[in-house]
Every structure is written in structure tokens, then in C-alpha cells.
Design a protein around this ligand. Structure first.
Ligand SMILES: [Ca+2]
Ligand SMILES: [Ca+2]
Length: 361
């Protein structure tokens, strides 16, 4: 193969990275409200009681510039005209919204929701039958929906029938196509500028399901069968715009020796404040990003920065912080904060950045 072709193919692979089947465990998900683990690959969002509300969220963001596909089995319970239904959500924060008729989607801004609604709220323009619609920004009135409500099933029959229903959800970024199918029938297929028009240019979002009951109720179950997407483990500087606290800082005194991943002697002084902060703020997560100066090989620098950030993460874990609250990545010589042509500038660029995020679930 000629080099030119190879470069061309590699370039295309870079522009269109392939989604991967995700091997998932229940630990990859964060539960909120009344949600709980259920048997197998299932989560129970609400139990069969009044005024319940629960959500389940994948704990890492995805990048909507990549395809996203999932197959799930959903159970809406056994009580026809029960309530309220289940919403699949994309949202830049790990947050669940208003309950009741909002089904945990209400008020989430900006957001995309696939509302699977089994309870007719007259004042929201709900049809009498169990329906699905594509909604945005936590608004549950159908007048503001992206698509009009259609019956969940092709035949129009009730879905609160004690059985499970196979749902497929997919996002194809090349054609901007969002698709939803229910029991093998495509119910929504919509071209939508998800990144530019719904999320205002930001492609990093979390995904999850939420549900609620009200005066009417049902057990709501979600069973994950197949997930195919790329989750994002690196947190470049622009993701800080998403952080609820907006706080990030540089571990100034953590000067690693050249080429070394051993924590310097200043580590306890520098990191124990962070440990104490995380212990006193149990809903806070931390993102550690390692950076190097531009000396040497870029790939080795990326590797070095990743291992240094991981060394800091290990220290926090040894001090008793739950590993699920710590994310680390290495960004190598990218994003310099000073010129690399002076010793002082290079020293500034060799750094670990700490960004904080509240898990508001
Ligand atoms: Ca409703
Ligand atoms: Ca029904």
C-alpha cells in the first residue's frame, strides 16, 4: 500500500472514530433518588408506589461526534394508566430533574429527552395513549417538543402490560440522525443538529434514564442489553465550562523530577488539603489532568503525564477517597500555559491540573 493511501485511511479513522461495544458493569452507573440495582443487568427506577423518582446515569461523558447505540429492555409495570413513564436523556451534567409529570427530565437545560409517557396529563398536551416524543431542555409540554407524540407501539396497544419491551436508541453524527425504535418498529427518526442547536456547540454529554410516579404508579425497570459508544476519559480544558463549581487549580508545589512518576516530597503538603476537601464534600468528584513541557517525544510525554496524574490519583485513593470519585488523564504537551522556550515556562507547563465537579444527583 502506498504511504499516501495509508495516511488517507488513518486520517479518515481519526475523523470518524468507530464506536465500540462497551463492556459495562453496574459500577459504571450512578443511581439517584429511589433507583436501585435489580437482578441481572437491570435497574429499578421506581418501585410500585406513589411519588417515587429515580435515575440511572453512565458515569462518564460521551462525545456526540461519535455514534451512539443502545439496546435495552424496558418494563413499564402492570397497571394500565399507571404513571408516569421513563425518559432517556442526554445532558451535560450528572443531574436528574423535576419528578412527577417531569419524570426526572423536567427543567434540565440544555438537554435532549426521549419521553416514553404512560400517563395522560391534559395540560401538557399528552395524547390518551402511551406515547413517545423527542423533547428538549426539560420541557415536557408537547407544544415545545422536537417531534409530535406518537404511540409507543405500532399497534397502539398499552405498554403497561407486565412484559418487557425492546427499545433501540441510536445517534449517527455523520447524517445527524437520531432514531428510536420500540419492539422492532421505528417510531422516531429525526435529523437534528444535536451538537450545534441543542447543546450549543458542546459535544460532551452524559446519558441516562429517569422515571417518576405520582398519584398513579408502576414499577419502572430498565435492563441494559447492548451498549455501543465511546466514552470520554480525557477532560480537556473546555470541559471545565461544564463543571458545576467551575473550580480548577494547578498543584503548584508538585514538581516531578524530569522523566519521573514518583511523587515528590511535597506531595502530602500539596495533596492532603485536597483529600480533606473531598472527605468533607462527599458529592464532589475530581478530575486530574497531567501536562508536560514540549521537550522530547510527544507520545512519551503524553504517557508520562498520564502516569503522573495516575500517581496523584493513587495517593488520593490510599488516603481513603473512593476511586469512583477520581478521574485522571494525561494530555502531554498540549495546552501549554507558558512559552516552552524558557526554563521557567517549561517548569510551569509541567503540571497537574485539578478540576472539581459536584455530582448533583
Ligand atoms: Ca404524561
Ligand atoms: Ca397504558
Amino acid at each position: 500500500m502506498k504511504t499516501g493511501y495509508l495516511i488517507c485511511i488513518l486520517s479518515l479513522a481519526w475523523i470518524f472514530p468507530q464506536a465500540q461495544d462497551v463492556v459495562f458493569e453496574k459500577d459504571d452507573f450512578i443511581l439517584s433518588g429511589d433507583a436501585s440495582e435489580y437482578s441481572g443487568q437491570c435497574f429499578r427506577l421506581t418501585s410500585d408506589r406513589r411519588w417515587q423518582g429515580g435515575g440511572v446515569w453512565f458515569n462518564k461523558p460521551i462525545d456526540l461526534r461519535n455514534p451512539f447505540e443502545m439496546e435495552i429492555d424496558i418494563s413499564f409495570g402492570c397497571r394500565d394508566e399507571g404513571a408516569d413513564g421513563i425518559v432517556f436523556i442526554f445532558h451535560p451534567e450528572l443531574t436528574t430533574g423535576f419528578q412527577g409529570e417531569g419524570m426526572g427530565f423536567g427543567g434540565l437545560y440544555p438537554s435532549l429527552g426521549v419521553e416514553m409517557d404512560t400517563y395522560e396529563n391534559y395540560h401538557l398536551g399528552d395524547p390518551w395513549y402511551d406515547h413517545v416524543a423527542l423533547m428538549r431542555n426539560g420541557r415536557v409540554h408537547h407544544a415545545t417538543g422536537i417531534t409530535d407524540p406518537v404511540s409507543l407501539t405500532e399497534s397502539g396497544q398499552n405498554v403497561e402490560d407486565c412484559s418487557t419491551h425492546r427499545v433501540k436508541i441510536s445517534w449517527e453524527p455523520v447524517g445527524n440522525i437520531f432514531q428510536f425504535s420500540f419492539d422492532g418498529s421505528v417510531r422516531i427518526k429525526k435529523e437534528i443538529q444535536l451538537i450545534d442547536q441543542v447543546f450549543y456547540g458542546n459535544s460532551l454529554v452524559y446519558w441516562g434514564f429517569s422515571s417518576a410516579t405520582g398519584d398513579k404508579y408502576n414499577t419502572h425497570l430498565v435492563c441494559l442489553e447492548r451498549l455501543k459508544f465511546k466514552s470520554v476519559n480525557v477532560f480537556p480544558s473546555y470541559i471545565r465550562d461544564l463543571l458545576l463549581t467551575g473550580e480548577s487549580y494547578i498543584l503548584d508545589k508538585l514538581d516531578f523530577s524530569p522523566g519521573s512518576i514518583a511523587l515528590p516530597a511535597s506531595a502530602p503538603e500539596e495533596l492532603d488539603k485536597l483529600v480533606q476537601f473531598l472527605k468533607s464534600n462527599p458529592r464532589q468528584s475530581v478530575f486530574l489532568s497531567g501536562f508536560t513541557d514540549s521537550s522530547g517525544d510527544a507520545t512519551q510525554n503524553q504517557n508520562l503525564s498520564r502516569r503522573r496524574a495516575a500517581a496523584v490519583a493513587d495517593y488520593l485513593i490510599r488516603q481513603g477517597i473512593d476511586p469512583k470519585r477520581i478521574h485522571s488523564s494525561g494530555l502531554g504537551e498540549t495546552n501549554p500555559i507558558a512559552p516552552n522556550d524558557t526554563a521557567e515556562g517549561r517548569r510551569k507547563n509541567r503540571r497537574i491540573e485539578v478540576a472539581l465537579m459536584i455530582l448533583r444527583v
